[in-house]
Design a protein around this ligand. Structure first.
Ligand code: FES
Length: 167
């Protein structure tokens, strides 16, 4: 079994991993139990805003589940992300009702405003932009969700004003 130092840096994501804290999640909160795999991954994702690869390798050793299986779960569910995400998640609805009311123009304005240039996450990790199919409030289209806040009936001209509220 590979020894992992108590605190190292994930070379891909440049995220500092606190292995003592990780032990607390895996051992104390979830009893080192492989049956709790999804909940452990949720806790790691909540802590790091994504699933850093070293945490998955460490988890694999701790609960004795093959890394490939843990990786498979981490990539199967849309709720998990192996890529670092920004502090604020913007979900722009690209469903039909929002599309016909100008959702695409709103998306373009967000990309321009944040200088995304084909990326999903800003360089300063302030925002991640995701396209979603339907947020479930079609009558308010076009709809934009930032974290848990729903912004409905927005025009492209409102984008800057909305995003200013999120650090
Ligand atoms: S299509 Fe946008 S909320 Fe339903």
């Amino acid at each position: 079994m590979n020894k992992v130092s108590p605190s190292t840096t994930d070379p891909c994501a440049e995220v500092e991993i606190d292995y003592l804290e990780l032990d607390k999640i895996i051992e104390q909160e979830f009893d080192n139990d492989k049956e709790n795999l999804i909940m452990i991954l949720q806790a790691i994702q909540k802590r790091y805003n994504h699933l850093p690869q070293p945490t998955l390798k460490y988890l694999s050793e701790k609960i004795n589940v093959p890394y490939s299986q843990i990786y498979g779960v981490g990539t199967f569910y849309a709720t998990f992300s192996l890529e670092p995400k920004g502090r604020n998640i913007i979900s722009i609805c690209l469903g039909t009702a929002c599309h016909v009311r100008g959702g695409e123009r709103v998306r373009e304005r967000i990309e321009d405003n944040l200088n995304l240039d084909g990326k999903h996450t800003t360089d300063d990790m302030r925002f991640t932009l995701e396209g979603v199919r339907c947020i479930g409030c079609c009558s308010l289209g076009p709809v934009l969700k930032v974290n848990e806040d729903i912004h409905g009936r927005i025009g492209a001209d409102k984008v800057e004003e909305i995003l200013e509220n999120y650090e």
